[in-house]
Design a protein. Structure first.
Length: 259
């Protein structure tokens, strides 16, 4: 009986360990909070909130001209009681995932520091037009976040003036990162950690929406596939609720190469 009991316990521990390492998990705050502080901790909690909406990933899909149209994130995203997006699909894509984490972190911030959000600011943060149509790139907060290139810098640092750029060596869990792949395409993610795999390859672990996790989930990528990155951190969250939605943004932002 003791031997059987030990086998059951060991099997349970293996199962629990496997679950903790699964791409789809809601352990980000618990796992990484000791390495983060301030708004970054709220971002980690927010990642868990967003991930809980699709524990199977929810599916990854990009198709601007599709019918029904693409959905940046798989559920109705709100700021307080105000809807920012009513999705037409249950799928998501990368910038929608990172932006959803940003908005859910803003909601957590509001709980600790309540304030009235003006209609103008709600409109500035919306992910679609009031008629349900697609909000185009470079239009207000989401439009700049979703723009090609370093969208998190365009939106969070320049437009909202709520963040600052972070050197790769100083990155912490809960930072927002745009990746430019050597293939020529980009990715918008929440940074988790730099990590060397079992083969000794240096890489980065992040959370986002991508094909490799069937939508929302954690993924590791070798630095060999990355051309450069731009990492930003929300350091002035109060500015999220008080910025000029039509402020100037420069696309002239250079990426950081990784060693």
């Amino acid at each position: 009986m003791n031997r059987l009991k030990n086998i059951v316990i060991c099997s349970l521990l293996v199962t629990m360990a496997g679950a903790a390492e699964a791409p789809q998990n809601t352990n980000h705050f618990k796992q990484y909070r000791s390495q983060a502080e301030g708004f970054n901790q709220l971002v980690l909690k927010a990642v868990d909130i967003v991930q809980s909406q699709a524990m199977d990933g929810g599916g990854y899909f990009i198709g601007i001209k599709a019918d029904p149209p693409e959905s940046p994130i798989c559920y109705e995203l709100k700021l307080g009681d105000e809807s920012l997006l009513k999705p037409a699909r249950s799928s998501s894509y990368c910038s929608g995932a990172s932006y959803a984490a940003f908005i859910e972190a803003a909601n957590l911030y509001l709980k600790s520091k309540p304030r009235k959000i003006s209609d103008q600011q709600v409109e500035a943060l919306r992910m679609q037009e009031p008629n349900g149509g697609r909000r185009e790139d470079e239009i207000k907060a989401w439009g700049w976040w979703n723009a090609d290139g370093f969208g998190c810098h365009f939106s969070l640092v320049q437009l909202m003036k709520a963040g600052e750029r972070i050197a790769p060596k100083d990155a912490k869990p809960g930072d927002f990162m745009n990746i430019s792949w050597k293939s020529g395409i980009g990715h918008s993610v929440v940074f988790l950690k730099w990590e060397t795999n079992a083969d000794g390859k240096k890489g980065v672990k992040f959370w986002s929406s991508q094909k490799g996790t069937n939508g929302l989930g954690d993924l590791w990528s070798s630095l060999d596939s990355i051309k450069h990155v731009c990492i930003v951190r929300c350091t002035k969250p109060e500015n999220i609720f008080n910025f000029d939605p039509n402020g100037k943004v420069s696309r002239d932002v250079k990426g950081d190469k990784l060693d």
